[in-house]
Design a protein around this ligand. Structure first.
Ligand code: SAM
Length: 262
């Protein structure tokens, strides 16, 4: 098998320019691309140092900088880092820094600590080792810092996306081998063909990985909406989230959590 990280690096790079163009247009219209939920959960970030893991082409990084944080973005993909730097420059964020690194290796190459470690919207599934991820997250946190994570709910990740709102398990909850897919993107660009690999985690594995490195879960929230559109059956809510009407109030699609040092 191809090295999955190398495959992901190459494939994510195929849509970097398209993401940059999409996000540049959006950021010209809107001060911050973060949802209201994220803004409320994060609280006041003015004057905070923040590291944004898996920052893609820097759209949320720029948003966070505009909300008052001093930002550093990290992504695996050189093209993403190139366009993230360009995006920050386009909007005059001169003190934003971007680091090209696998988040599973960032603690070996970057030794600063932060008030906030921020990682959201399609992140954990790209990582083959959650324990190593948690160790890296912990290494980046100040003693009084926190992790903010918002991602797809592990329970939602099970369903066959082509059959929704019908529920048919396509990716078993306890599945361990990597899933190989032939397409990337679609939420901020047209999808492109390219081999990529992703992994499933249970909610128990996520919480246990964080707990094992000495983090305390302040809260864990679960939501019946998704942060991107998955298929034609979803309806956009006033706050920009996507809801499957048949599953409103019934099934979790997204979760978020805040973790601090114990
Ligand atoms: C779905 S995107 C993150 C969503 C982001 N909020 C956005 O606006 O697009 C996933 C990102 O994770 C990055 N990525 C995947 N594997 C990674 C790894 N091992 N280390 C660092 N970044 C990684 C990809 O390059 C991609 O930019």
């Amino acid at each position: 098998m191809t090295d999955p990280i190398e495959a992901n690096r190459r494939t994510w790079g195929l849509i970097a320019e398209d993401h940059y163009n999409t996000y540049k247009a959006q950021l010209a219209q809107k001060e911050s691309l973060l949802s209201e939920v994220q803004k409320q959960e994060l609280g006041d970030i003015r004057g905070k140092s923040l590291i944004h893991l898996q920052c893609n082409t820097g759209a949320d990084t720029v948003s966070l900088a505009r909300m008052g944080a001093t930002v550093t973005g990290v992504d695996l993909v050189p093209e993403n880092i190139h366009y993230a730097r360009k995006l920050a420059a386009d909007f005059g964020i001169d003190d934003a820094r971007f680091i090209e690194s696998n988040v599973l290796e960032i603690m070996n190459v970057h030794h600063e600590t932060y008030d906030i470690v921020y990682t959201t919207e399609g992140v954990l599934c790209w990582l083959p080792d959650l324990s190593l991820w948690a160790r890296n997250v912990r290494a980046l946190m100040k003693e009084d810092g926190y992790l903010y994570l918002l991602d797809s709910h592990p329970f939602f990740m099970m369903w066959d996306e082509e059959k929704l709102p019908e529920l048919e398990v396509r990716y078993p909850y306890f599945l361990k081998p990597a899933d190989e897919d032939g397409w990337i993107g679609g939420y901020a660009s047209e999808p492109k063909e390219g081999v990529n690999y992703s992994w499933m985690y249970t909610m128990g594995e996520i919480i246990t990985a964080l707990s094992a490195v000495g983090l305390h879960i302040e809260w864990l929230h679960e939501f019946d909406w998704l942060y991107y559109r998955l298929g034609d059956n979803m309806v956009k809510q006033a706050d920009g989230q996507w809801l499957m009407p048949e599953h409103k109030d019934k099934l979790p699609y997204t979760f978020s959590l805040k973790a601090t040092v114990r």
